[in-house]
Ligand binder design. Structure first.
Ligand code: ADP
Length: 402
């Protein structure tokens, strides 16, 4: 594009000097302005500022048309408007708000081109036909070149940011996986030690000291479980992102599993001041990975305890066509409608950090697990009145050939 513009400029200057033509001198002036803009934009691209380069080239293309139009025939001047369309098409790829401003400028130039040709006193002697052809061709070529460069620069930028984003993601996943494993290693022996200490304390004669020590051990075990849960979330996220989730699908009794998991949370519920009630409509079966299903129940229950502390929590299950439906209802703080979808995304939370701890991963993992088992999960809530989580899971095995 740059060399083409300079060849045309040389032709203009040579023609203007040779023929001593005022019209050619005017044309040469217009093209000089544009060439200067092309040089500037060339350096802007080199500095990594493609949007600025496009802006400069686009604006000066308009200036060239405005300055050069009086020296052309009306038809040729009108033809010059074609490049405007090209540039206008290309600009959205740089920055959208600019397109609007550019179009306004383009229409102003359009009006100017029409005025200089309709208003007789401004009518100059037109350029020779050959040069008029050259002007229009060069302007069209310039705008096509501009458009193509814009596409190219844009594609480059897109590829670069995609590469960076992928690298960032990979590093994060690696970090999560390593950190998760490292954090997990000391937790298992620590828990075992505390368990045996608890046994010894239970076997020793009761005294104030023994009771206090038992209370301390209980607190430590609960904190360790919290830590293990967080570490498990981190490991699960890295497993899910790497597509390393393995499921062992079996037909399970939903009621039995819910009863089993909730019984492990009786102490936590008592501490939170919440009562747990269960209701199952007949035998409800689901085809799930039992340990993963337990994790789903535990996640929903610990959220209900965390965000609905002091209020009753209700579990119910029933068969709904080809699905087993599990519903967990609390009467806690609830979730406003705009957050009800978002909370199922990675690291998304709808509560202030200083009031409720957590990583914002539990529901993301829960949804991923439910979907991996062929089900769906959704939330319903009235803010301030509680939240209901509805989980649908297949109640029959789906044969691959079915
Ligand atoms: P975490 O609880 O660690 O923040 P989750 O992924 O389990 O992460 O939950 C995401 C968000 O969804 C929470 O931060 C909270 O804003 C909201 N949330 C989840 N369960 C409930 C609930 N039972 N009641 C109200 N809000 C909830």
């Amino acid at each position: 594009m740059l060399p083409t513009a300079f060849v045309f400029l040389a032709c203009y200057i040579a023609g203007a000097v040779w023929l001593r033509s005022g019209a050619l001198a005017g044309g040469a002036f217009a093209v000089t302005l544009y060439c200067a803009a092309l040089v500037r934009s060339h350096f802007l691209v080199k500095q990594g500022r493609p949007a600025a380069a496009t802006r400069v080239t686009g604006i000066w293309l308009l200036v060239m048309i405005a300055v050069g139009a009086p020296f052309l025939d009306f038809l040729y001047a009108a033809l010059l408007l074609i490049p405007l369309a090209g540039v206008a098409l290309a600009l959205p790829y740089a920055e959208r708000p600019e397109l609007r401003r550019y179009l306004i400028a383009a229409f102003a130039v359009d009006a100017w081109v029409m005025v200089v040709h309709l208003w007789q006193p401004l009518h100059f002697e037109p350029l020779p036909l050959l040069l008029q052809n050259a002007v229009v061709t060069s302007a069209v070529l310039c705008s096509v070149g501009l458009t193509m460069r814009l596409f190219w620069v844009d594609a480059q930028r897109l590829r670069q940011s995609l590469r960076k984003a992928e690298e960032g993601l990979r590093t994060r996943e690696e970090f999560l996986s390593i950190a998760g494993h490292e954090l997990n290693t000391p937790l298992t022996p620590l828990n075992l030690r505390l368990q045996s200490m608890e046994k010894r304390l239970n076997a020793s004669p009761a005294s104030d000291d023994t009771l206090q020590a038992l209370r301390d051990v209980g607190l430590m075990r609960r904190q360790i479980r919290r830590l293990s849960d967080l570490v498990r979330e981190l490991l699960d996220v890295s497993r899910l992102s790497a597509g390393r989730l393995q499921l062992d699908l079996q037909v399970v009794d939903v009621g039995a599993l819910v009863r089993d998991v909730t019984s492990r949370y009786v102490d936590d519920a008592a501490k939170a001041g919440s009562t747990l009630s269960l209701q199952f409509e007949g035998p409800v079966t689901a085809v799930v990975d039992p340990s993963r299903f337990e994790q789903i129940i535990a996640n929903l229950l610990s959220n209900a305890l965390k965000y609905g502390a002091g209020k009753p929590i209700h579990f119910s299950a029933r068969s709904e066509g080809p699905f087993a439906q599990l519903v967990v209802t609390d009467q806690g703080i609830g979730i406003s409608p705009e957050h009800q979808e978002r909370i199922f995304e990675k690291f998304e939370r709808a509560v202030p950090e200083q009031h409720y701890g957590g990583l914002g991963l539990g529901l993301y993992i829960t949804r991923e697990l439910v979907e991996a088992m062929g089900g769906a999960i959704r939330a319903k809530s009235t803010p301030g009145k509680g939240a209901t989580f509805i989980v649908d899971l297949p109640s029959k095995r789906v044969r691959p050939d079915a």
